[in-house]
Write a protein that binds this ligand. Structure first.
Ligand code: NAP
Ligand code: MG
Length: 499
């Protein structure tokens, strides 16, 4: 964990930052070919931070050609695994060395609190890169049980040039979740950060060069989804895309692939994740702390946020009293003040979207106020299970409470959604916990806690939350490698005639 500084120290770092503003292609910063730029702002203040190269299809073509050259000549893809490991470990070290600078850059660009950036985003980014680096020379391929006259090897090869299209909620961490395994596998990457949050991806690409990554392997193209994301999705010379973002955009990437070269597509998408609390849950204070963390961490701008609290009637009042008390302990305000736990939403447009879920007549148990980019942690109690805040992903600090009578009703309600990313179940009864964990259709189910597992466990969604593969764990490498069978005939001429 990065040590926390004071607000004044963070402000001094912010003042001294050199913000990157070019596209990073073939080892160097460049303007967009069109010469166009876009402004990136600090959503907590509205201040313009930098004007950044606005790439389009021409830049994508140029970057893919450089990435292809790099892949084919083997400067990275065929480097000894031990050397690839050393480079990625050096990158992790450099990020660690620049931790305060990166945390401040991330906070300014996204509205996230410096507390979270310093204690989660930056250290987890380092941890993720180290984990995948360490794996490079520890994965073995396979030999199949073929006959004595044959040997059949099943080997993994890097898939080639990959497009990595990122969301704005964890700009550094989502970058690490993708580049960690992609670079470990030997791929060349074209990264498209979200337009709201490009700064840290550009800085990490620069640090990767300093770490010794060859030019052309790691390219970052800032720009909008339509100008850069779609050309990546449709590119005939990109072999795979790994995407994290909304279900609506994910669906488009399947279309792009179908209409172009049928590239491999992995999608990590939205969620409307249930936290089920049964009457027999133990230590309600602890449960309440998890519920608050699950709903309000990162302003609820979290695909695995527990945004639906499904609570059994007998424990409802006692639990909600504690949830409200815990939520009141989360101060909101200046993201650069390390005491604040709730910062600004990522943009004015997103702020407006979150506010659109507030309506007259709702039963507000906490919060409900919003101003100048900041939304208070809000708890709404619903009898109507089809209310918009109950069904749709809000991606803001809004928790919807639903009351149930029985375990079976709780599980059915947990599954009553098109999404299936994450879920939690709180109970002292091991059988109920495990029956619930099996019955809930979600990629991650946590018991008596909120979380996403860690770097060693695969992360991804069932139903319309995920497609094609998993991030994290050794399983993430499947996205960036393909299997080849090498079949060798060992028989002598005398053994058998060739039919
Ligand atoms: P988004 O609007 O889908 O954007 C994700 C990325 O796709 C951005 O880089 C975006 O570019 C790009 N994009 C947008 N429209 C596109 C198009 N037509 N063609 C190609 N690319 C396009 O999602 P977001 O609002 O940034 O992120 C929030 C969503 O991400 C939520 O639904 C959340 O649940 C999900 N999420 C999922 C996970 C997970 O692991 N499952 C993790 C984090 C977030 P712009 O820069 O122009 O927007
Ligand atoms: Mg910004």
């Amino acid at each position: 964990m990065t040590d926390l500084l004071t607000t004044e120290e963070y402000k001094a770092i912010a003042k001294g930052l050199m913000l990157p503003n070019g596209a990073f292609i073939d080892g160097t910063f460049r303007p967009a070919i069109s010469g166009k730029t876009f402004d990136t702002t600090n959503p907590a203040t509205g201040e313009v931070l930098a004007s950044i190269a606005a790439c389009d299809a021409a830049d994508v073509d140029f970057a893919v050609a450089r990435a292809r050259d790099a892949f084919e000549d083997g400067r990275w893809s065929r480097l000894h695994p031990g050397e690839r490991k050393e480079v990625l470990l050096r990158l992790a070290k450099l990020i660690e060395r620049n931790a305060h600078e990166l945390a401040v850059m991330e906070s300014l660009d996204s509205g996230k609190t410096i507390y979270d950036c310093s204690t989660v985003d930056v250290p987890e980014t380092v941890h993720c890169l180290k984990w995948h680096a360490e794996l490079i020379d520890k994965i073995y391929d396979q030999v199949s049980p073929a006959s004595d006259n044959h040997i059949a090897m099943v080997v993994r090869e890097p898939v080639g040039v990959v497009g990595l299209v990122l969301p704005w909620n964890f700009p550094l961490l989502m970058l690490a979740w993708k580049i960690g395994p992609a670079l470990a596998a030997g791929c060349s990457v074209i990264v498209k950060p979200a337009v709201e949050t490009t700064l840290t991806a550009l800085r990490v690409a620069e640090l990767a060069m300093e770490a010794g990554l060859p030019a052309g392997v790691f390219n970052v193209l800032p720009g909008s989804g339509s100008a850069v994301g779609e050309p990546i999705g449709r590119h005939m010379d990109i072999d795979a895309v790994s995407f994290t973002g909304s279900t609506a955009t994910g669906r488009r990437f399947l279309g792009y692939a179908a209409e172009s070269n049928m590239k491999e597509v992995t999608l990590e998408m939205g969620g409307k994740n249930p936290a089920v609390v049964l009457d027999d849950a133990e230590n309600l204070d602890r449960v309440a702390a998890h519920i608050v963390n699950g709903a309000f961490w990162n302003m609820g701008e979290n695909c695995s946020a527990s945004s639906r609290l499904i609570v059994q009637k007998g424990v409802k009042d006692a639990l909600l009293e504690r949830v409200v008390a815990h939520a009141r302990e989360w101060p909101m305000g200046d993201p650069l003040d390390p005491l604040n736990r709730v910062g600004a939403l990522v943009s004015k447009a997103h702020f407006d979207k979150v506010c659109s879920f507030f309506e007259k007549g709702q039963k507000v148990l906490l919060g409900g106020k919003a101003k100048d980019g900041f939304v208070e942690p809000t708890i709404l109690d619903f009898a109507d299970r089809d209310a918009r805040p109950v069904r749709e992903e809000i991606f803001g600090p809004v928790l919807s409470v639903l009351t149930v009578e029985t375990f079976d009703e709780a599980i059915a309600l947990a599954n009553d959604t098109e999404y299936g990313l994450a879920a939690s179940i709180y109970t002292a009864n091991v059988k109920k916990a495990l029956r619930g964990a099996r019955a809930i259709r979600a990629g991650t189910v946590t018991v008596n806690s909120f979380g996403e597992g860690d770097i060693s466990t695969p992360f991804g969604g069932f139903k319309q939350s995920g497609f094609g593969g998993r991030d994290n764990g050794i399983h993430a490498h499947d996205q960036y490698t393909q299997l080849k069978t090498i079949w060798v005939d060992l028989s002598d001429d005398a053994d058998e005639s060739v039919a």
